[in-house]
Design a protein around this ligand. Structure first.
Ligand code: HT9
Ligand code: FE2
Length: 396
């Protein structure tokens, strides 16, 4: 390519307000960024090595997790779900007459973010808007994505000619929350039916909101460094706020007990991670007189391996061993409200079809378009990032 449409480098803070809102801009394409997963038995170990490189995850844990993938033919459902989400986003953009191509790239498996950035550049794109399939604030869900973009832009040498911004973390956007409201309501009715069929018409039900456990040190570093969270950390506070937002919207669930629990812990047993584990929490329920459980996969956008194994296989088994009626609520997946919500988030950031109103269903949001200083710090050392007020990638 002889001439470029944009001058080399940019000011990442141009148009960014005090509170991290970025003025609408013109984008060439959307980048749907996700985790990635294996697509066959021979991919399983290389994928797990990609995920855990430099993370100190014991080999026994990797072998254990490999069996979850092996049982599913070595295939993670996540890639198919992302293809479906990409198609649904294209459909919704098209329906609204918005001409923005959707690219898809993963952190840990093909199509890799690095290759997608090169393809985007070769196609003449100079500014992308990234949407991630992770919605809360913590290293794994926020900074790790911003870092992988930063590192790949620097490594490909595209950092001065290809700019990537990111939509805000959208845990409390109605597009993410409302599908859960519907799903929890339906699941509650199913558990009530199961109990009725067993002659336990007024059996006590508890709602377990489940999310990915993370090291407590990562939880403490989650979110902006310069903002205090009453509930210990941005990660925990965002989840608890969402639990309340969902409970408040389901009259049928009025008065039911609920709690936030954690799943999919890895790492060394000596490192503290967020607790209680969902299986331990379930084991405590019979003693409280609980006879039915609704399991809500609040930390996830689709039914990937952490959902179909850790919840549908393990947690459901724990319930059945204890004789508890149970149902797992759906993830947003390609729910029409979720898809429309993501397109709304894109429109918040674009000059054309701009949406000025920024809905948020908790009082923590709307979250920052451009992360605050030190947001979701990498406790192992600083790497180049995008989409933070302290990002340096692409600076003139
Ligand atoms: C917060 C969070 C989310 C939610 C936000 C988001 O969605 O991003 C998430 C999602 C996912 N996690 C996934 C898979 C894995 N996560 C692992 C390991 C880890 N996850 C962590 C955190 C999170 N993970 C952490 C702190 C580790 C320890 C290692 C490290 O510090 O990085 C490992 C290694 C083996 C193990 O120990 O489990 C695997 C295989 C898949 C793909 C599933 C599929 O293939 O369908 C998805 C969507
Ligand atoms: Fe994970």
């Amino acid at each position: 390519m002889t001439s470029l449409s944009t001058p080399a480098g940019f000011d990442p803070l141009e148009g960014v307000s005090e509170d991290g809102v970025m003025a609408p801009a013109e984008y060439d394409a959307i980048l749907l960024a996700s985790f990635g997963g294996p697509e066959g038995q021979e991919d399983v170990i290389p994928f797990l090595r990609n995920v855990t490189r430099g993370r100190g995850i014991p080999d026994e844990r990797l072998e254990e997790v490999a069996t979850h993938y092996r049982a599913n033919g070595g295939i993670s459902p996540i890639n198919e779900q992302n293809r479906a989400l990409k198609a649904a986003l294209e459909g919704e953009l098209d329906r609204r007459g918005i001409q923005l191509p959707v690219l898809w790239g993963n952190r840990n498996w093909a199509p890799y973010i690095k290759d997608v950035l090169q393809e985007a550049h070769d196609a003449g794109y100079r500014r992308l808007l990234m949407v991630t399939t992770s919605v809360y604030s913590c290293y794994s869900s926020c900074r790790q994505y911003r870092e992988d973009l930063g590192i790949n832009l620097v490594e490909t040498g595209l950092d001065k000619t290809l700019r990537v911004d990111k939509v805000r973390q959208y845990f409390d956007h109605p597009g993410f929350v409302e599908p859960f409201v519907e799903g929890v309501r339906d699941s509650l009715a199913k558990v009530r039916d199961q109990l009725a069929a067993a002659g336990k018409d007024n059996g006590k039900i508890e709602i377990l909101f489940s999310t990915h456990s993370i090291p407590t040190a990562d939880a403490e570093a989650a979110g902006p460094r310069d903002v205090e969270f009453e509930e210990g950390s941005a990660y925990v506070a965002q989840h608890l706020a969402n639990c309340r937002a969902i409970m408040d919207r389901i009259p049928e669930a009025a008065g039911l007990d609920w709690q936030l629990v954690y799943q999919s812990r890895s790492g060394s047993p000596h490192t503290p991670w967020l607790e209680p584990d969902i299986n331990d929490a379930i084991a405590e329920l019979p003693a409280k007189g609980v006879e039915g459980v609704v399991i809500v996969p609040l930390g996830f956008v689709s039914d990937h391996m952490e959902v179909i194994w850790d919840l549908d296989t393990e947690a459901m088994e724990t319930c059945s061993e204890l004789g508890l009626a149970a149902h797992r609520a759906p993830t947003p997946g390609i729910h029409e409200k979720f898809v429309a919500g993501i397109v709304d988030l894109i429109c918040e950031r674009t000059v054309e079809n701009n949406i000025a109103d920024r809905p948020a269903l908790t009082n923590l949001g709307p979250w920052y378009d451009v992360c605050r200083p030190g947001c979701c710090a990498n406790l192992r050392g600083e790497k180049p990032t995008i989409a933070g007020v302290d990002s340096t990638v692409g600076r003139q």
